[in-house]
Ligand binder design. Structure first.
Ligand code: AVJ
Length: 319
């Protein structure tokens, strides 16, 4: 059900040591921050799954609707006999919509950091799409530099749904698009899902749901730090804050300390002022035009875009 990670265990490469180092670096920085990739432990992935079906959280529903409605047209843009490469495939739920429609595809290459999940999913994909070569790649898609040799001679299409690109700073999104163009090669097509800028109250509600699932998802980072790094965060002394920063076109999520307090993480002690926050996530929002401009500056020409007024799916071709 999730865009990027149905229930999955952390990748073995994502060691406790990296986690500890990233947490200490983020919490000793000014202002304090934590990398959003750490949201997705088993509990966090489950909470994100629940977010995707909340009435206020429109992106997943919108994108699934757009992919379903426009699948034939999207599939018609894939080069003949091509391989579809998905960056951060999770459960492949969205790719399946395209795989069902795109008769011209020869291979599907889901790239994900979670090997267990990927290999389980590959078994199901081979059963459901017996005409396709299913070639899972266990990798951090932001660090991936090459494709499997099996698809070396095939033309490629790329797929990056879920508005995961919104987690990147715009300059990082540009760098990712550049690298994706290099990996996919000349003549490649990229299908990318991008959440749209819209009335701030709609954005606000999508990250401040009535049931409090997003708050739980955000606070779960502290639960995870307590459990995995032996910290003593008092969960009752931190609050979920999410708001739209219109100037920077992004939703910001923070965890705000309700009082002056000290928290111990292993050997380290971190001090909080009353009201001080840990910045846990940015979710950038684009207009159709601002995303097309970003793509053009990153080696991609806009081919076509589909929107429902809330969310956009872009088709790009390497320039
Ligand atoms: C998975 C990064 C697209 O930004 O909307 C959902 C994550 N955070 N609710 C998003 C998220 C809070 C989501 N992305």
């Amino acid at each position: 059900m999730s865009t990027r990670s149905a229930l999955r265990a952390p990748h073995p490469a994502e060691t406790t040591k990296d986690f500890a180092a990233d947490v200490i670096a983020g919490l000793t920085a000014k202002p304090k921050y934590l990398p959003p990739k750490y949201f997705y432990d088993l509990t966090g992935s489950g909470l994100f799954d629940r977010i995707t079906s909340l009435p206020e959280y429109y992106p997943t529903r919108s994108e699934l609707g757009l992919l379903t409605k426009h699948a034939p047209e999207i599939a018609s843009l894939f080069p003949p006999a091509s391989a579809l490469v998905e960056f951060g495939s999770g459960s492949s739920r969205k790719a399946r919509i395209l795989l069902r429609t795109a008769a011209s595809l020869e291979a599907y290459v889901p790239v994900d950091i979670s090997g267990d999940f990927l290999h389980e999913d590959a078994v199901r994909l081979r059963r459901d799409f017996s005409h396709l070569s299913i070639i899972p790649v266990v990798a951090d898609f932001t660090a991936m530099t090459e494709l499997p040799p099996e698809i070396a001679v095939m033309p490629r299409a790329g797929f990056f749904p879920g508005s995961t690109i919104g987690n990147f700073e715009p300059h990082e999104a540009c760098a990712f698009l550049h690298r994706a163009g290099g990996i996919l090669g000349a003549g490649a097509v990229l299908i990318v899902g991008v959440d749209l800028e819209k009335a701030p109250d709609i954005l606000y509600r999508a990250y401040n749901d009535a049931e409090g699932v997003t708050a739980k998802f955000n606070l779960n980072l502290l639960v995870r730090i307590n459990r995995e790094l032996g910290a003593n965060f008092d969960l009752a002394a931190f609050e979920h804050h999410a708001f739209y920063n219109a100037e920077r076109h992004r939703i910001e999520m923070h965890l705000a300390s309700t009082k002056r307090q000290k928290v111990r993480i292993g050997e380290a002690t971190i001090e909080f002022r009353a009201g001080e926050t840990i910045h846990t996530e940015n979710s950038y929002k684009y207009s159709v035009e601002s995303f097309q401009a970003l793509a053009l500056g990153s080696g991609w020409s806009p081919l076509k875009v589909w929107t429902d007024g809330l969310f956009s799916v872009h088709a790009l071709r390497t320039t």
